[in-house]
Structure formats: structure tokens, C-alpha cells
Design a protein around this ligand. Structure first.
Ligand code: ATP
Length: 703
């Protein structure tokens, strides 16, 4: 990997730190830099040295690099200069570097095994054939009929003209009749062919998207740590759409033109084999040029998709974080970040267009020269008395057909190759096996009481240092426990392991005495209620949001009861549409979203309830209510629960039966509030700091 930007000043956006950047792990970036990177002041240089940031994906890192002078006039001059330099290279023999795409290979995302045309086509074919073979059979039947009708026409056309010139009225009338029948046959069959291939295409794209989407969704969460969301949506959207052309246009037109070319060649051979062979030579030259062109197209297509995906990812990220961008006034920086990928896209597309122009130039020249060639050779033959004018006319017509068909075949082949290149990543993703969690059939216990044990559990994220070390904790049935500790000490990670979003690197987790790995994951998750740090609601009505993922049927009363317990009923009822109000980003405050998420967790009536800083986005009053809701759930009407709360707010955790104090991935203290205060250790210090802050805030308010 290397960076080939000449004299480019690069800065890292402070709002999107390169979360995994460090030359240390696996990617010796600094050793290969061709030019020094100047890091601007908005990025602390220690971040680069720190082992916190490692290169996980070089291309991801590139997305965070922003040319410092983006958007100003200087840059426009520079890019204009680049264009001039580019054109000079193209036309002055320095073209090899102008055409060179190798440099850009370095930013391709994830090495993908190339897919052969045969493999890709057979997979696509199978997708359509398995679900609706009749469409394909009718399409190919109609295609063959139309091609036969069309290819017979030049012959009959010439015969009817020459029969008229010879005054043979009966022959002329018969030929015209035949021409009319052929015209109708060709028209009807062409319509049927296009329609059926169009339907086949729709079936193909639907299946591709369906399979791809489900293959992605069934991956482990660690898969999403490595893949950018923009890339995945790009595969689902643009790449699948690109494949939409394969059957409907490419295969359809290639087959039709191949049949027509074969028919034309057969007719040419019967008319005059020397002339036919000379046309074939021209067609072969065309094919050879096309082969060169197509190889280039395959490479540009791949890069185009990768860069478009990166641009999508930047746009997606910007739109998601729009508020942050507005507040920090980084619109121009974001435009620069986006532009960076657009420039790369333009670079590739310009070369692709020039290559297409050169290909078209070669084709047009050879096509026209064939006509001239045919007339010259044919004329000589007529003058020598070896060929008749009728034969020459037929020859010129079929010659045109052959060359035209060759052109259409190559043109569609290039588009087909473009699509096949898009299929590589799509198929690679589709071939990913679902997470092992979903494949193995685990144990379903008769009842889940919520007794949890972490036995010597250690864990680290992919390519990161060990985060949790030798965790040994026991949470008894119906206990309310709190996890406390400084930010980043691994509290949420501990919960992630309990939810089996990640597997421990060492040690085991037991639930009701059964190893977590052996339990049926769906069954287990049905029994767990989870309220995350950032409550994510879906774009649907509030009722459906509360009911989301609930394993049992629920009534409106159940939903309202859960909302009441989560202190959400009042504000929901205040909306004109009440529980039918559609949730969108601006409608609800952070606290309101969290209360809906709490209601969702309560409605499931889970055996284990997890609140990951569930109170962080709540105002004091709501926090008080939610605390009450948690206590109510603890000694609850509908069966007792084990409750795990991760909270920074002291008030939320004081009432817990047991508090686990964590620091740097280890549990350093255990006990209830009073016990821990008596220990006068880390927890006691935390409480003191909290009280001091609280007292100073109160006295400031009193002043
Ligand atoms: N998916 C991930 N991939 C890599 N590292 C991660 C991932 N999720 C979290 N981390 C890292 O693990 C460490 C612990 O994160 P975790 O969210 O468990 O901390 P926490 O104690 O819950 O912090 P907070 O109280 O701020 O939420 C952090 O340094 C974080 O950067």
C-alpha cells in the first residue's frame, strides 16, 4: 500500500478520526510513503503513534483524508493543469502512464476473487431458471424466430427487387407476401423477446437483492465492523442494478446478433467465399481490438464501482452526521472529502470514455472500409462476368448485417463485461455463509431464570489489544446489578458478549448453568430486553416501534401498559395520532426515544433486562420515573427479572443489589453501594467526585 499523491497536504478531519489508524499493525504505511504527509494541527500527532489507531482497511483511512486546500480557486487551477497534462500525455506518446490504472488498485476495497464470465452467467441463469424457466424458454424461442425472420429478409428483398426489374410479376408478388409475413413475424417475436427478457431481468435483480440482503444481515456483527455501510448499500443498489442489464439487454442482444451474424455469414459463404473470408478477416481484426478494449473496460468498471461506493459512503456519513457538520461548519471539508472520490471517478471515467472513443473509431473505419472493399471486389467480379448485380446487392446487404451484428455483439459484450465486473463483489458477499450462530441448532431451556456467570472471560476486538481480562462475575436470578467504570473500560463490551454479538476470546459465559454457545441464539435473544446507548427507532409508527421484535402477540393494552411503565404513555398520547404517529428523526427528543426503547424492552417481558446507559439521554424527572420502572420490573407483577444496568449516573445505580466496578477491562471491586463506600476504594472515589461535581453545580445555581 502506498500513497501516490504528489505534494498533497493531507489532514484528518477531527470529527471523523481514522478510528483504526496506526502503522503498527500489519500495514507498514510510513515505510512506503513516497512523499511526506503533513498533518495539520487539527489532528493530534500522538493519535498516529498511539496503538489505539490501527489500519484495518487502508481504503477506509483514505476516506478520512481531505486535501487541505479543497474548494478554493487554487485547486481549480491545479485540476485544470492536471487535465492539460493528461491530454498532453495522451497525445504525445506518454500514454502508457496516462492509461495506467495500477496505482488505483491500491485503494480497492477488499481483494475480490475475479469471477469468470461463464461462472457469473451460469449463476445468474440459475437464479432465473429455478424460479421462472418459462419466461426464459419463451424469450429464447421468440428470439430465434425473430432472428430467422430478420436474416431471411435481405435475400428476399434483393430477389423481389430483381424480379421486378426483370418483369416477373408473379415472383415479385410472392416475394412481397413473404416479406410481409416475415416483417410481422419479426415484429411480434421481437416484442415478445424484449418483454420476456425484461421480466427475466426483474426476476434476476429481485433474487439478487433478496439473497444479498439476507446474506449480509445474517453475518456476525464483527463483519459490519470491517465493512463500511455505504459499500454494502452500494452493492445492493448500484451493483445489483448494473446486473439488471445482463439478461434483459446483454444476453438478449448478444444472442440475437450472434444468430444474425451466423445467418449472414452462411449467406455470404454461399454467395462468394473469397468475399466472405475477406469480411471475416475484418471482423476478426475488430474482435481483436475489442478484446483489448474489453480488458480495459473490466478494470475501469471495477474501479468505478469501488470509487462510487466510497463516494456513497462519504455522502451517507455526512447526511447521518448533518447536525455535527452544521455545528462545526465543516460543509466545505465534507464537499472536499466527497470531491476526492469524484475526482478519482472522473479520472477513471475519462479514460474509459477515451477508450470507448478509440474503439468506436476503429469500428467505424473498418465498417466503412468493408463496404468500399465489397464494392471494389464485387465491381471487379461483375466486370469480369463472375458475379451478377443481384449477387453483389445481396452480398453488400449481408456484409452490412455481419459487420453490424459484430459491432452490436462487441458493444453488448463490453457492457456485459462491465456488469460481470460488478457481479464479483455481489457474488462474493452472497457466498458468505451465515454466522455460525444461526447455523447451529442450539438448546432451548424449559425456562430462563436469568442466572449469569462469566468464568475467566477475556476478549479483544479484531486486531485490537486485549480489552477484557479474566472476568469472573456471577449475577443471580432477579438481581439488579450495575456496571460502573470509566468510559472505554469495556462495560458495553461485556454486555455485547452476553448478547453473543461477539464470542469471548477465552473463558465461558453460562446462563442458567448452560454455556452460552450451546443455547439457541434466537430463543435466548427473545428472552432478553435491551435498551442501548443510542436508542434507534425505525421509521414506522410508535406502536410498531414498541412491538418491534416482540416474540408474542400483543394487544393495544399491552403496548400502552409497557409505555406507561416506561413513562412514555403521556407524551405519546399528546401526539394527534397517538400511538399511530410515525417516528422520524426530528419528532422525538433523545429522552423520548429512549423511553420508547424501554417500553419495547419491557413489552417482551424478558427474563434478562439490559440497560446500557439507558438513563443518559433522559431529563432528571424522566430518569426518576425510569428508575421507578426498573424497580417495578424488579419486583414485578409479571414475573421477576435479572436487570443489568450500565450507568454513569450515581442515582441510577445506588439502588442496585450489586455493583461491579470496572477499570481497564477488569472487575476491580464488587459489592453494594454501602459495602463499596466502606471499602473506600475506586468506587468511593467515584462517588466523592460525583458529589463534589453535584455540590458545585448546586452552589453555582444557588449563587
Ligand atoms: N466494534 C468495535 N471494534 C473495535 N473496538 C471497539 C468496538 N467497540 C468498542 N471498541 C473499543 O473497546 C473499548 C471499550 O468500549 P466499550 O463500549 O465497551 O466501553 P464502555 O466502558 O462501555 O464505554 P462508555 O462508558 O463510554 O460507553 C473502547 O476503546 C472502544 O473503542
Amino acid at each position: 500500500m502506498g500513497i501516490a499523491y504528489q505534494n498533497l497536504r493531507i489532514s484528518f478531519s477531527p470529527y471523523f478520526p481514522p478510528a483504526e489508524f496506526a502503522p503498527a499493525s500489519g500495514c507498514k504505511l510510513t515505510a512506503k510513503l513516497q512523499f511526506p504527509i503533513m498533518i495539520s494541527s487539527n489532528c493530534r500527532s500522538k493519535d498516529f503513534e498511539s496503538s489505539r489507531y490501527r489500519v484495518r482497511n487502508f481504503s477506509l483511512m483514505l476516506q478520512y483524508m481531505v486535501p487541505e486546500n479543497d474548494g478554493n480557486g487554487d485547486e481549480k487551477f491545479k485540476s485544470f493543469g492536471n487535465w492539460i497534462r493528461g491530454s498532453r500525455l495522451l497525445f504525445t506518446g506518454g500514454s502508457s502512464s496516462w492509461w495506467n490504472l495500477d496505482e488505483h488498485k491500491k485503494v480497492e476495497i477488499g481483494a475480490v476473487k475475479p469471477v469468470t464470465v461463464y461462472l457469473a452467467l451460469s449463476r445468474m441463469w440459475k437464479l432465473v431458471w429455478d424460479s421462472n424457466r418459462w419466461v426464459l424458454l419463451v424469450a429464447f424461442g421468440a428470439l430465434a424466430m425473430a432472428a430467422i425472420a430478420e436474416i431471411s429478409m435481405p435475400n428476399i428483398l434483393a430477389e423481389s427487387i430483381f424480379s421486378a426489374s426483370r418483369g416477373k410479376t408473379v415472383v415479385f408478388a410472392r416475394k412481397i407476401q413473404l416479406l410481409v409475413i416475415l416483417s410481422f413475424t419479426s415484429g411480434i417475436c421481437s416484442g415478445l423477446r424484449s418483454g420476456c427478457f425484461g421480466v427475466a431481468n426483474i426476476i434476476l435483480v429481485k433474487h439478487l437483492r433478496e439473497l444479498l440482503y439476507s446474506a449480509i444481515l445474517f453475518q456476525d456483527i464483527s463483519f459490519f465492523d470491517k465493512e463500511a455501510v455505504g459499500n454494502l448499500t452500494s452493492r445492493l443498489g448500484a451493483d445489483c442494478q448494473q446486473l439488471a442489464h445482463v439478461i434483459g439487454n446483454n444476453i438478449n442482444l448478444i444472442t440475437r446478433n450472434a444468430l444474425q451474424a451466423a445467418g449472414a455469414l452462411a449467406n455470404l459463404l454461399t454467395l462468394s467465399w473469397p468475399l466472405a473470408i475477406s469480411t471475416l478477416v475484418i471482423c476478426s481484426v475488430l474482435s481483436a481490438i475489442f478484446l483489448l478494449y474489453s480488458r480495459y473496460v473490466m478494470r475501469t468498471a471495477k474501479l468505478t464501482r469501488e470509487f462510487a461506493a466510497c463516494a456513497d459512503e462519504v455522502a451517507r456519513e455526512s447526511f447521518t452526521l448533518l447536525k455535527t457538520i452544521k455545528i462545526y461548519g465543516t460543509e466545505r471539508k465534507e464537499v472536499g472529502r466527497y470531491n476526492q472520490w469524484l475526482d478519482k471517478l472522473a479520472f477513471i471515467n475519462t479514460r474509459e470514455s477515451v477508450a470507448y472513443g478509440l474503439w468506436n473509431m476503429s469500428f467505424s473505419t473498418l465498417y466503412r472500409s468493408t463496404q468500399v472493399f465489397a464494392v471494389v471486389l464485387g465491381g471487379i467480379s461483375i466486370l469480369g462476368g463472375q458475379t451478377s448485380a443481384e449477387q453483389l446487392t445481396k452480398y453488400v446487404l449481408y456484409c452490412e448485417w455481419l459487420i453490424y451484428a459484430t459491432w452490436r455483439i462487441t458493444d453488448n459484450l463490453s457492457s456485459l463485461l462491465y456488469s460481470i465486473a460488478a457481479s464479483e463483489t455481489v457474488f462474493q458477499l452472497m457466498d458468505l455463509l451465515p454466522s455460525e450462530q444461526f447455523l447451529s441448532k442450539g438448546v432451548k431451556l424449559q425456562e430462563l431464570t436469568g442466572h449469569i456467570q462469566f468464568v475467566n472471560v477475556s476478549f479483544h476486538y479484531h486486531q485490537r489489544d486485549m480489552l477484557l481480562e479474566h472476568i469472573n462475575i456471577t449475577i443471580r436470578t432477579n438481581e439488579v446489578v450495575a456496571l460502573v467504570g470509566p468510559s472505554g473500560c469495556g462495560k458495553s463490551t461485556l454486555v455485547n458478549l452476553l448478547l453473543r454479538l461477539y464470542e469471548p476470546t477465552n473463558g465461558q459465559i453460562f446462563i442458567d448453568g448452560t454455556p452460552l454457545r450451546e443455547l439457541d441464539i434466537r430463543w435466548l435473544r427473545e428472552k432478553i430486553g435491551y435498551v442501548g446507548q443510542e436508542p434507534n427507532l425505525l421509521h414506522m409508527d410508535i406502536k410498531s416501534n414498541i412491538r418491534y421484535g416482540c416474540p408474542v402477540d400483543t394487544t393495544q393494552e399491552d403496548i400502552e401498559l409497557a409505555a406507561k411503565q416506561a413513562c412514555a404513555h403521556e407524551f405519546i398520547s399528546s401526539f394527534p395520532n397517538g400511538y399511530d404517529t410515525i417516528v422520524d428523526d426530528n419528532l422525538l427528543s433523545g429522552g423520548q426515544k429512549q423511553r420508547i426503547a424501554i417500553a419495547r424492552a419491557i413489552l417482551r417481558n424478558p427474563a434478562i433486562l439490559i440497560f446500557d446507559e439507558a438513563t443518559s439521554a433522559l431529563d432528571s424527572e424522566s430518569e426518576h420515573y425510569v428508575k421507578d420502572a426498573i424497580s417495578a420490573l424488579k419486583d414485578n407483577q409479571c414475573g421477576q427479572k435479572t436487570v443489568i444496568v450500565i450507568a454513569h449516573r450515581l442515582s441510577t445505580i445506588v439502588a442496585a443489589d450489586k455493583i461491579f466496578v470496572m477499570d481497564r477491562g477488569q472487575v476491580i471491586e464488587t459489592g453494594n453501594h454501602e459495602e463499596l463506600l466502606c471499602k473506600d476504594g475506586y468506587y468511593a472515589r467515584l462517588v466523592k467526585v460525583h458529589n463534589n461535581v453535584f455540590t458545585s453545580v448546586c452552589s453555582e445555581q444557588l449563587d
